[in-house]
Write a protein that binds this ligand. Structure first.
Ligand code: ATP
Ligand code: ZN
Length: 289
């Protein structure tokens, strides 16, 4: 397999910025990404998900309460203001805290919002959320970006409803990738939890089938890339935010996250660099509207 990044840069679809994992995109790349996003959104509308929009930054305190800084400190990024220190001042005075961090996954701002709404409806809630995300994992691979977009569906409610949601989205997502003629496989996976206790968390997550990924060969055939993830969080977030069902029990939650750049890259990788020459059925899924 040739080097996908070089091919895409030479074709003018991606622009290097001098920073690994931070890439500029051409109008054509964005058109394809937007059409993929429309295909994903159609399924969300049918499921009557409530669409909500948040900026790509959020409160550090809230992200801490979501457990992110304990589980993934290696990926987190904080924002600070830059001021010129007056001559002779303490070095600490050179940085002003903003209290903000970059959003690492689209779903994180949902929980504080939901907590502020009070008790959940009996049949829970379903959100559609689309956001730029940031993770400090610089890489030369075009499919491992620092700044990328994630379209997520988040289900909060009774454990049986949440499990059924994840099950049905695994089927729907496989149908989407099938309709785009992308070779794919569903595998059990785990998150890259930090440190020694993180390794235990990762193996327990895997043993209990809490994370599945739909993988597609993008960079190479040996290590297919996760284009979509299906995570069952049980009561992890709802206990942190005290989100309860009307009977007083903590709700469960699960999310399904589509990686927009990764899915777009997979299309260019498998169907070629010119979308006009993609298979007719793939074009009709993407460009019918
Ligand atoms: P990986 O195992 O490849 O690191 P992940 O387990 O970190 O992926 P999730 O945390 O489940 O992925 O994120 C949801 C989705 O966001 C992924 O399925 C993927 O499509 C996308 N994604 C995650 N990290 C990146 C990244 N660094 N660059 C581009 N897309 C990403
Ligand atoms: Zn990752």
């Amino acid at each position: 397999m040739s080097d996908l990044r070089t091919e895409l840069v030479e074709a003018g679809l991606l622009f290097p910025t001098g920073v690994d994992g931070v890439l500029g995109r051409s109008a054509m790349f964005e058109t394809v990404l937007e059409q993929v996003n429309k295909a994903v959104s159609g399924w969300g509308r049918e499921a009557k998900a409530e669409a909500v929009h948040f900026p790509p930054v959020m409160s550090r305190t809230q992200l801490e309460r979501n457990g992110y800084l304990k589980s993934f400190p290696q990926l987190a990024a904080e924002l600070h203001g830059c001021i010129t220190p007056p001559p002779g001042s303490e070095p600490d005075a050179a940085v002003s805290q903003t209290g903000l961090m970059m959003v690492p996954a689209a779903c994180y701002p949902i929980y504080p919002m939901l907590a502020s709404r009070g008790a959940l409806a009996a049949d829970g809630a379903l959100f559609d959320i689309y956001s730029w995300c940031f993770r400090h994992e610089p890489s030369i691979e075009p499919a491992r970006l620092q700044s990328f977009r994630m379209h997520e569906y988040v289900r909060v409610g009774r454990p049986s409803d949440v499990a059924a949601f994840r099950e049905s989205w695994m089927k729907m997502a496989a149908e989407i990738y099938q309709s785009l003629r992308l070779p794919h496989e569903l595998i059990v996976s785990n998150d890259a939890f930090f440190g020694r206790s993180g390794r235990l968390m990762a193996s327990s997550q895997r043993e209990r089938n809490l994370k599945f990924e739909l993988v597609v060969p993008v960079n190479n055939e040996r290590e297919p890339t996760a284009c979509c993830s299906f995570n069952y969080a049980e009561a992890h977030f709802t206990e942190a935010w005290d989100i309860r069902m009307s009977d007083g029990s903590h709700a469960h939650s699960a999310c399904v996250g589509f990686g927009m750049e990764r899915t777009t890259l997979a299309l260019f990788r498998h169907h070629g660099l010119d979308p006009e020459r993609w298979p007719a059925d793939v074009r009709s899924v993407l460009f019918q509207s």
